[in-house]
Design a protein around this ligand. Structure first.
Ligand code: ZN
Ligand code: ZN
Length: 346
């Protein structure tokens, strides 16, 4: 790679998160920042209190809905594929396929191009804009499922289990535990794609985000508040609630429910058992191992920075990269010598 500038001059790790000096902004900062570019609305990426936020209109709406008054900032919306100049840097956002409005951040400066994925997935999702591969020099990828063991099945196969359960136990309420931003709406979208067109009852923690999806044109079919269900109406009802609500008194009010958990981690027996769910579904909003590898290759990047990961995943994905002649490590700090991967002796 012929680089006129060092990648760390454009982006590097700091205590507050990834910082871009020539644009003077952070990406998904971990503390309050004067200028922040936010990839998506999940709370580990979109925190309260930044003075200025650049994000998709959808992400700004999610932040306003979830953070309420603490989100008292100037939000600047940027549509997918459009470019804005921030300081010396051309910044553009591309679909990440993770949750509504989720974006990869593309930075271009002095001929160098860095793409930061935020969280992403490649599997089809009826409720998000599909991930778009953006060719770049440095690819900053999440690696939540960065071990070869993680292979997520097609969603249709998992949803078929749920449809079968609904047919087998038509008198029992089905309680679907799913995170209120993203997973809940995807679950509803997949159930609709499988042909279920009856009402879906949504917990009050889930409903506002569902309405937000609808405002941005995502059709989730007929939704009703779960709180209005009496014992009779709850028979055979499909109810979507946050995973935590599955374990509280509210859930205990349902008569003989079938509990359903939807997560990428449900591939692992330990997670299936600890969820306590009758019906665990492997449904992830992150890329699995084959998709991480394919995406890295498709970007054409020769340098890979691995974030949101475990030591094991860092080693496994780092090894996969090094076998292909790619340089891979966590994002370096400004004065770092490129850190070696743990245990690989690279
Ligand atoms: Zn996320
Ligand atoms: Zn995340």
């Amino acid at each position: 790679m012929t680089m006129a500038v060092r990648a760390t001059d454009l982006l590097h790790e700091t205590q507050g998160g990834l910082y871009c000096p020539p644009g003077d902004f952070f990406i998904d900062p971990s503390r309050k920042a004067a200028r922040a570019v936010i990839t998506h609305g999940h709370s580990d990426h979109a925190r309260a209190g930044h003075e200025k936020v650049l994000a998709t209109a959808e992400t700004l709406a999610v932040m306003a809905a979830r953070l309420g008054r603490r989100f008292a900032v100037a939000g600047q919306p940027l549509a997918y594929g459009e470019t804005v100049r921030v300081g010396e840097v051309a910044v553009s956002l591309y679909p990440a396929g993770h949750v509504i409005g989720s974006a990869q951040v593309c930075l271009e400066w002095r001929g160098l191009k860095i793409v930061v994925t935020g969280d992403y997935k490649r599997k089809p999702d009826p409720t998000t804009v599909p991930f778009e591969v953006v060719p770049c020099d440095v690819f900053v990828t999440e690696a939540t499922f960065g071990l070869p063991v993680y292979r997520h099945p097609p969603a249709e196969r998992e949803i078929a289990k749920l449809i079968l359960s609904l047919e087998t136990f038509p008198e029992r309420p089905h309680l679907l535990g799913a995170y209120s931003l993203g997973k809940a709406q995807r679950l509803i979208g997949e159930v609709r794609a499988a042909g279920f067109d009856g009402p879906v009852h949504v917990h009050r923690a889930v409903e506002p985000i569902c309405r937000l999806y609808e405002r941005f044109g995502v059709d989730l079919g007929p939704l009703e508040p779960a709180e209005n269900l009496d014992a009779e109406a709850a028979r055979g009802a499909v109810v979507v609630c946050p995973p935590m609500a599955m374990k509280d008194a509210w859930a205990a009010g349902f008569d003989d429910p079938v509990s359903v958990a939807a997560s990428g981690w449900m591939q692992l027996v330990t997670h299936r058992l600890s969820s306590g769910a009758h019906l665990p579904l492997v449904l992830s909003d992150h890329a699995d191992w084959p998709d991480l590898c394919a995406t890295i290759a498709e970007t054409g990047a020769e340098e890979i920075w691995i974030v949101h990961t475990s030591t094991g995943s860092l080693r496994a994905l780092g090894h996969w990269c090094s076998q292909r002649g790619l340089v891979a490590h966590p994002p370096p700090g400004v004065d770092d010598v490129q850190p070696a991967l743990p245990g690989l002796g690279l």
